[in-house]
Design a protein around this ligand. Sequence first.
Ligand code: R5P
Length: 327
Amino acid sequence: MTGILSADGSKRLVLVSGRAHPELAAAVAEEMGTELLPTSAYDFANGEIYVRFGESVRGADVYVLQSHTSPINQWIMEQMIMVDALKRASAKTITVVAPFYAYARQDKKHKGREPISARLIADMYEVAGADRLMSVDLHTAQLQGFFNGPVDHLWAMPLLTEYVKSRVDLSNVTVVSPDAGRIKVAEKWAAKLGGHPLAFVHKTRDINQPNQAVANRVVGDVVGRSCVLVDDLIDTGGTIAEAVRVCMESGAKEVIVAATHGVLSDPAAQRLQDSGAKEVVVTDTLPITQDKRFEKLTVLSIAPLLARAIEEVFADGSVTSLFEGNS
Ligand code: R5P
């Protein structure tokens, strides 16, 4: 039978995956020294999804991995259907592993008559039968409270900072937040890199272009410095490309961009390649297909972190210990 038994043989860990990011699922399984549960999944002619597991999951602790990449709604639905199938097949516990939490940016109402889609996603997983959620670098940490069960909030920062340390002159670094709202994250980065000055990009509104934020100056010292520009995600690349431009125009020596989630919707690849950044570093919480890749892009594997976290949860260990008490 597929899976991993606990040391005393009383528990069985099973890893299953949807179809969104098979490379990541295979890498996590390999890290854990197991195989994915054989699963059939396909679409009916009208777009409905069918899923069936090839082995019993009765009494198992099941981890359902799905990467919320495009087409996002299809992959969310597939993961819900997998959770439902597991619940009806008497899995003991079901953990939704969503390395990138979709709809996370819609976590509050900015105007009347808007949804709070991030909450809806959590509710839907709960109704489907999920006992717990695991995700990496939530857009805002308070999303953890949207789900009533335990949420394992993993950080990619140790992985990203270790890499970035090898790419910059650490005696001359300024950590830059692309907007004032993410300065807390930049602060953690600055500490992790060894205690460096901070800066942030200040955005103002152009009165001739309603609803368009313009990144027009950097607050903080970037002149002659290696700037490490950090964000949780890069979608179309507009925010980061603007921030790189402003840093360079303000006298930065170079800019390295680090972000956890490479959504990279069009035209991100072109924008980032042309942005003037020396390098753009992301993880593979989302698949980075060939058309999204560009010369300056570096992709780090998130699989070891996911594998360790799943093992800790299964063994009733400590996820916090993976982050030296920072979680
Ligand atoms: C904003 O709150 C996020 O952290 C990202 O900066 C933003 O969503 C990225 O979007 P884009 O790459 O399309 O500018």
